[in-house]
Write a protein that binds this ligand. Structure first.
Ligand code: PLP
Length: 389
């Protein structure tokens, strides 16, 4: 076996696609130390920079004192501490759904939803750029998979029109795509639902806290809060903590409690993470200044990059893909930016399709204007040197 793995690793290296881990020490919500040097973190998903918020840290510490550092049981046994119930109710109310159920993380939530709710007679229609957790969950499902072109309603409709089945049909999409930063046409998908019968499953991992007037997510931006059959979101991005939630009606939630293996057979998340998610949720519900500052920063970063002629594709919001193409060029760009004190990672296949290697830049509310201007200036400078601009 080792020989085979070594051969494969060599192939990965030859393609310029070899990954190593960078061990870092955060200094604040936006800065970190890597190999004794300080960097501005340009790839955090903590869009509202809440993971160092003093009040949230205090709530997490209080929970550790009250509940201990772990719950040491699955949710179905003795791990469902009372904070779960409060957080499930509050997050469901915030996003306009009847019930909520917390999973240990978004990857497990997606696997739980799709492998549990779909059957062998069913068909799943899936956007071609859906997240790895959704793709893997479909491999565990016995339903037939039909891939439609990225955000392409015409292609989805064409496929819905011909793919009948004995069971149920599901359309699965991210709300904002994690690697491209573009938005799924949720309104168009709901229009199609009037004509073709199906259930909607939407992954709003990167939308929560960012989109809509209240910041409750991409559905709110479309005026469609609570309108999907199943909604998934995470606490590990804008809410600065860890864990994920599924929102739906009572029947779906009760079924997941009874049948979703990734809910039933894994240790539940510690109370400190629940307490920090709850504190973060209450802060963003009452104080829109984090979201407003984020959008001001997004505008400044995007205008700076676009002004210099960088193609930001169809992205909208805090995720900005800078598509370079070849794996090795993306790695070179990353290295040159790191020399300038900017920490971000080249994203390569299999995370993104072959030939679309990129830098995935994220904007957060904690950046100062000077930090944004410095990042823009550095990216343009290196982009020109590498012939991307
Ligand atoms: C779109 C999307 N869905 C699901 C997940 C998984 O969530 P988690 O990190 O909580 O496992 C991610 C990831 O990071 C994601 O980007």
């Amino acid at each position: 076996m080792r020989e085979r793995l070594t051969e494969r690793l060599e192939e990965i290296k030859e393609r310029g696609n070899y990954r190593t881990i960078k061990y870092v020490k955060p200094l604040s919500a936006t800065r970190l130390i890597y190999e004794s040097r300080e960097y501005l973190n340009l790839c955090s998903n903590s869009y509202l920079s809440l993971h160092f918020h003093p009040q949230i840290i205090e709530e997490a510490l209080k929970a550790i004192n009250e509940y201990g550092v772990g719950v040491c049981s699955s949710r179905s046994v003795s791990g469902s501490v009372d904070l779960y119930k409060i957080l499930e109710e509050e997050v469901a109310g915030y996003k306009g759904y009847e019930r909520g159920l917390i999973f240990s993380n978004g990857y497990l939530a997606n696997i739980g939803i799709i492998s549990t709710l779909t059957d062998e007679d069913d068909v799943i229609f899936t956007d071609e750029l859906n997240h790895s957790s959704l793709i893997h969950s479909m491999r565990l499902s016995r339903a037939k998979k039909v891939i439609y072109r990225h955000r392409d309603l015409r292609d989805l409709e064409k496929k819905l029109a011909v793919e009948a089945c004995k069971g149920k049909r599901f359309v699965v999409t991210e709300s904002i795509f994690s690697m491209d930063g573009d938005i799924a046409p949720l309104d168009g998908i709901l229009e199609l639902k009037k004509k073709y019968e199906f259930y909607t499953i939407v992954d709003d991992a990167h939308g929560t806290g960012v989109f809509g007037d209240k910041g409750s997510g991409v559905e709110e931006m479309f005026g469609l809060s609570g309108m999907m059959d199943v909604h998934m979101g995470t606490f590990g991005k804008s809410l600065g903590s860890y864990g994920a939630f599924v929102l739906a009606d009572g029947v779906i939630i009760d079924f997941l409690i009874n049948r979703a293996k990734t809910f039933m057979y894994t240790t539940s998340i510690p109370a400190s993470s629940l307490a920090s998610s709850l504190a973060a949720l209450r802060i963003i519900k009452n104080d829109l200044s984090f979201k407003d500052k984020l959008w001001a920063n997004i505008k400044r970063m995007r205008e700076g990059l676009k002004g210099a002629g960088l193609d930001l594709k169809e992205s909208y919001g805090p995720i900005i893909p800078i598509v370079v193409g070849e794996d090795s060029k993306a790695v070179k760009m990353q290295e040159l930016l790191m020399e300038k004190g900017l920490f971000l990672q080249a994203i390569r296949p299999p995370t993104v399709p072959e030939g679309t290697s990129r830098l995935r830049l994220t904007v957060v509310s904690g950046f100062t204007e000077e930090e944004i201007d410095y990042a823009v200036h550095s990216i343009i400078d290196i982009g020109k040197r590498l012939g991307i601009i």
